[in-house]
Design a protein around this ligand. Structure first.
Ligand code: ZN
Length: 264
């Protein structure tokens, strides 16, 4: 699935919510600027919970991904179980106690995954975790009882974001956020908005770009890592502002800013 015309990719990812600031430098070790740091993007998703990659990685082989399918299945099962209990004669205390136990187990799994990411990041020189500046608040009860709730945005992704930041703090790792707009559609190699022929695949449509088809989460992670550095932040220009017809022709899909939080 991951192919490129030549070497030269990396990715980073996103996540981090409580901080919220797009240029946050909280817990920054003294006297080091972005140029001295290794930005490691962390993209969050449901199918792949965390995808991490340093901005300086020459190819995709060193990226690190942790699957999220098991957590999703457990959240689905809990929702079904709670629905059955609510429809039956279980009292509220029984239901709340069950949810509390399951939530604790889910948080333990998230913390284990976050530790893997932090272990991975710690191997790099002066690492800083870079995630998207999303502002969802986790609400497990909403996921369990609101038929219109989205599993990712209702609980899993914001919680994964919070836990990553909490675990990073335990590791003494800086974590910061960058603007998320278009990060799931922008090519990390050239900044042009590309195709998503399959949900998990990103394809660059710029014929002059080395990138062909890559893992979408990895691409998004790399874009986020790039945005940590001031001279690379928000390199993408929306299609309507492109100056030339030639560049416009390279834009295949502008997508919707921020509409794909979990896929990017
Ligand atoms: Zn490209």
């Amino acid at each position: 699935m991951r192919t490129e015309r030549s070497r030269g990719n990396e990715y980073c990812s996103t996540d981090d919510r409580t901080a919220g600031q797009s240029t946050g430098r909280e817990n920054t070790p003294a006297a080091t600027g972005p140029a001295d740091r290794t930005a490691i993007g962390v993209d969050l998703g449901e199918h792949t919970l965390y995808t991490a990659c340093p901005v300086s990685m020459p190819d995709w082989k060193g990226a690190y991904a942790i699957p999220g399918d098991d957590l999703c299945a457990r959240l689905d099962a809990l929702r079904d179980r709670v629905a059955a209990l609510l429809a039956g004669d279980a009292d509220r205390e029984t239901i709340v106690a069950r949810v509390r136990r399951r939530r604790g187990a889910l948080l333990e799994a998230l913390d284990d995954a976050a530790r893997e990411i932090c272990d991975y990041a710690s191997a790099y020189d002066r690492p800083v975790l870079v995630t998207e500046d999303s502002h969802y608040e986790p609400d497990l009860w909403a996921w369990l009882t609101d038929p219109n709730a989205h599993r990712g945005t209702a609980w899993l992704l914001p919680t994964a974001h919070l836990r990553l930041r909490a675990v990073a703090a335990e590791y003494g790792l800086e974590a910061t956020t960058v603007p998320v707009a278009y990060s799931s559609q922008e090519c990390h190699g050239c900044g042009v908005i590309g195709d998503r022929p399959l949900h998990e695949t990103f394809r660059c449509t710029n014929p002059n770009c080395r990138v062909e088809t890559v893992d979408a989460d990895s691409n998004a992670a790399k874009v986020l890592a790039q945005r940590y550095y001031p001279d690379q932040r928000c390199a993408y220009r929306p299609p309507r502002s492109l100056a030339t017809g030639e560049r416009s022709a390279l834009v295949a899909d502008g997508g919707s800013p921020g509409s794909r939080r979990d896929g990017a």
